[in-house]
Design a protein around this ligand. Structure first.
Ligand code: NAI
Length: 295
């Protein structure tokens, strides 16, 4: 399968290149300057030239706090840019898999969110990603939106790498304990994307299209996540620190994060047969990559 993915260096992009290539697919990563999501004409031109069997829309403006002061750019990239990718998929008449986020929800529910729950982003980033979802669904019927969350991987910048860096120069790290979610490895996301792509290419049913939640099994707070990272690092002879649990109010950020980010992934398991591993299992895989010699 020839897969075109937007972006060249992101966590999900890099994971998809790796996992897709291992699975025998031809993965073509297209990013700036050839494909700039803020320049819709470049998006359509670059994707048409690639002539793929399926498109994965994984690039995005992901700076959650900075988005609060760069609203126009965040909306151009995540909203209009996503719409341009969908236009290209429509012109090429190929399936589109678009990656979205738990931040489309306000996080006030007491249970994991299902796909049909009302959205209500609390910040510019979430609002721009929601605009992107709508642009995709309005533009191209042959689209599947995968909402992922709390992404980490051996690549790029992420929470795991930040915690390991902090543990390298201090004994105690303060981490928010009142936001709960599903830490999800980009490598596992890539495997899920490939399964969904296979399903969409081989089966045109509308039930395989639309919005799906796709995160790792299991849940935890950022403090739980940090504790597991430090335990895994210590077990490999790497840096470790103790975790001091703090509240969101003790760690103010420009963008408000949802307190409950948990996504219910029952639908994608039933419809697509996709069930990502437990987050602690995937964390071990990523830690083995980040600390290969520390055993
Ligand atoms: N990182 C996370 O915790 C979460 C990410 N997501 C979503 O998952 C997807 C992948 O995220 P990550 O891989 O973590 O992001 P990342 O920040 O690692 O990579 C984003 C990629 O988008 C590219 N990009 C940014 N602006 C662009 C533009 N104007 N034109 C072309 N490319 C551009 C960057 O160069 C980079 O390659 C995104 O859609 C993001 O919104 C959803 C939930 C959580």
């Amino acid at each position: 399968m020839k897969i075109a993915v937007t972006g060249t260096a992101g966590q999900v992009v890099t994971s998809l290149i790796e996992r897709g290539t291992v699975a025998g697919h031809d993965v073509i990563a297209i990013g700036r300057p050839d494909l700039d999501l803020a320049d819709p004409a470049s998006v359509v031109r670059a994707l048409e030239a690639a002539a793929p069997d399926v498109i994965v829309s994984a690039a995005a403006y992901t700076a959650v706090d900075k988005a609060e002061t760069e609203s126009d750019l965040a909306h151009a990239v995540n909203g209009a840019g996503a719409g341009a990718v969908a236009r290209a998929a429509r012109l090429l008449d190929v399936p589109l898999i678009h990656i979205s986020t738990d931040y489309v929800f306000d996080g006030t529910l007491e249970r994991p969110y299902v796909e049909s729950d009302p959205t209500g982003p609390t910040g510019v980033y979430g609002a721009s990603k929601l605009a992107g979802e709508r642009a995709v669904l309005d533009t191209h019927d042959n689209s599947t939106i995968l909402r992922v969350a709390w992404v980490y991987s051996p690549f790029g910048g992420n929470f795991v790498k930040t915690m390991l860096r902090l543990a390298g120069d201090r004994d105690e790290v303060s981490v928010v304990a009142d936001q709960v979610g599903n830490p999800t490895s980009a490598l596992a996301i890539a495997d899920g994307i490939l399964q969904v792509a296979n399903n969409m290419v081989s089966d045109g049913s509308s039930s395989l299209r639309g919005v799906f939640h796709m995160t790792a099994q299991g849940e935890g707070s950022w403090a739980d996540f940090a504790q597991s990272i430090f335990a895994a690092s210590a077990a490999r002879g790497g840096p470790s620190a103790s975790v001091r649990s703090i509240g969101t109010a003790d760690y103010p950020t420009p963008a408000t994060r949802p307190a409950n980010s948990r996504l219910d992934c029952t639908l994608i398991a039933r419809v697509h047969g996709v069930r990502l591993p437990d987050w602690r299992t995937s964390l071990d895989v990523v830690m083995d990559r980040l600390q290969p010699t520390a055993h």
